[in-house]
Design a protein around this ligand. Structure first.
Ligand SMILES: Cc1cc2nc3c(=O)[nH]c(=O)nc-3n(C[C@H](O)[C@H](O)[C@H](O)COP(=O)(O)OP(=O)(O)OC[C@H]3O[C@@H](n4cnc5c(N)ncnc54)[C@H](O)[C@@H]3O)c2cc1C
Length: 473
């Protein structure tokens, strides 16, 4: 059978494309070599947030901040925790992915796919996981094969053995100590998760601050919060080599200006970024071009160098979020099948790192705005000025508004706060709606919510922070 659309991969990009295609009445086939649902539900968003919620519950019990309340954190049964997470993942995989494929009506072929047939007549060959091969022909093809952890070339690392985000979340025993290589979103989330479960954690980040692509104020706030929780932080740190085996490991680390140190860790978790998965797809033969990091190059409509082959999600090397993957996948299907001319707009894209306090941002950083030649009028509000944070006795964090000098137009919002992830949707809408700091200062914000921090930060453009009040309009 010849299909209208053949999709390689079954993650967020693939599912969004398939649903869009089926909504338009097109015939679809999906090919997946691993577990249906891809990264987000199986090894990414869902398991990490489930385990982070559990770790937060334990941390809260052991770090009671309210007078008169006594709670205690007990030991962790890691096998039970991991098992519970697996059950949750299986349930969400069924309800949000496999059942949907059946409901919408498309087949999923299990096995790795590769292009054959040349650029003018592309065909997919699938080596079926249960034996045999399948040949898939389609009018249009979508590559949505995601990304996988990148492992830096550190001497001795492979021999000593290491964890990735995937294998770390499969552990059935809690490590006594852990070195996390990488201080960006995945490294920060997993470092705090293990620390809050009881592991002694150190983060080694090659750049000079944690969350190195966020605002400097954000990095400083998250470093303070992690430091308070006893998480070791080594920035501008190079892990030179690793020694040992499954029973004992040590890493030689140098930091700028500091001496070389060899430190012992039970586990080493590599969270140094994720690179596009294209190996084995035979993209060259299909006339699909890739970039320096293996990413598939597309135009703004998700079309590759071959006009019948489209790409979406992490494999295209853009922002690594399931919602951007889904937006690209849906656009790709609409463009491929209906010539819809849809391009994804990233202007007010919200991003969240689910630490506690969380890091959330939308729009431009101060450096990005000034890099465009626009002078920035910025304000940084400490969370101690936000009533919600004060009554919750958790004033760790800041909110930074990036506004255009002169017009006051809000171009970026960056926050470290408990609940920052919930607040950032409103910030994204404000940026998209081209609101000014005056608009934000006068907008409704329920007292006492964390979202009120947006209004208070906007009021800080016309008032001293110490004089902010719920009752000042
Ligand atoms: C620990 C972690 C936490 C995360 N947390 C969040 C979060 O909270 N929020 C968020 O928005 N994003 C989060 N992300 C990122 C998010 O998971 C990804 O951006 C998103 O899942 C990418 O979707 P995708 O469709 O591009 O690829 P994937 O979901 O990775 O799907 C690609 C699929 O293609 C398959 N495949 C590859 N090659 C072939 C082949 N040759 N033949 C057949 N099949 C093939 C793979 O097996 C895979 O299933 C997280 C990621 C990680 C690792």
């Amino acid at each position: 059978m010849r299909y209208d659309l053949a999709i390689t991969g079954s993650g967020g990009a693939a599912f969004a494309a398939a649903i869009t295609a089926r909504d338009g009445g097109a015939s679809v086939v999906m090919i997946e070599r691993g577990t249906t649902g891809g990264t987000c539900v199986n090894t990414g968003c869902v398991p990490s947030k489930a385990l982070l919620a559990a770790a937060a519950a334990r941390h809260g019990a052991g770090d009671q901040r309210f007078p008169g309340i006594t709670t205690q954190a007990g030991p962790v049964d890691m096998a039970a925790l991991t098992g519970g997470k697996d059950d949750l993942v299986a349930a969400m995989r069924a309800s949000k992915y496999t059942d949907l494929a059946a409901d919408y009506g498309w087949e999923i072929i299990a096995g790795p796919a590769r292009f054959t047939g040349g650029p003018d007549a592309p065909v997919l060959q699938v080596r079926r996981n249960d034996g045999g091969t399948a040949t898939v022909e389609a009018g249009q093809y979508l590559v949505a094969t995601g990304a996988a952890p990148w492992i830096p070339p550190i001497s001795g690392l492979a021999g000593a053995g290491y964890l990735t985000s995937t294998t770390a979340m499969e552990l059935t025993e809690l490590p006594e100590s852990m070195l996390v290589i990488g201080g960006n979103a995945v490294g920060l989330e997993l470092a705090q998760m293990f620390a809050r479960l009881g592991t002694r954690v150190t983060i080694a980040e090659a750049l000079d601050r944690l969350a190195p692509f966020d605002e400097p104020e954000v990095s400083a706030a998250i470093e303070d919060a992690f430091d308070d929780e006893g998480i070791g932080i080594r920035t501008a740190a190079a892990v030179r080599s690793v020694r040992g085996d499954a029973t004992a490991r040590s890493a030689i680390i140098t930091t700028a200006g500091g001496p070389e140190r060899e430190l012992a860790y039970g586990q080493i978790l590599v969270a140094a970024g994720r690179r596009p998965v294209t190996a084995g797809l035979n993209l060259d033969a299909a006339g699909v071009k890739t970039g320096g990091r293996g990413e598939i190059i597309t135009d703004e409509y998700q079309r590759t160098a071959n006009p019948r082959i489209w790409a979406a999600g992490d494999v295209t090397g853009g922002p690594q979020f399931v919602y951007t993957a889904a937006a690209q996948g849906s656009a790709a299907a609409a463009n491929a099948l209906r010539n819809a001319g849809r391009a994804v707009d990233y202007a007010a894209l919200p991003r969240v790192t689910f630490t506690s306090p969380a890091i959330a941002s939308a729009g431009l950083t101060e450096a990005e705005l000034t890099g465009q030649g626009v002078a920035c009028d910025c304000r940084v509000l400490p969370l101690s000025a936000v009533p919600r944070a004060v009554v919750a006795r958790d004033t760790r964090g800041v909110v930074k508004l990036v506004a255009e000098a002169g017009t006051g137009r809000v171009r970026g919002v960056h926050a470290v706060a408990d609940g920052a992830g919930e607040m950032i949707t409103a910030a994204s809408y404000a940026i998209r709606a081209r609101m000014t700091v005056t608009d934000l200062a006068q907008a409704w914000a329920p007292y006492l919510t964390m979202s009120e921090a947006l209004r208070l930060a906007a009021q800080a453009f016309s008032r001293d922070v110490s004089r902010l009040s719920c009752c000042a309009a």
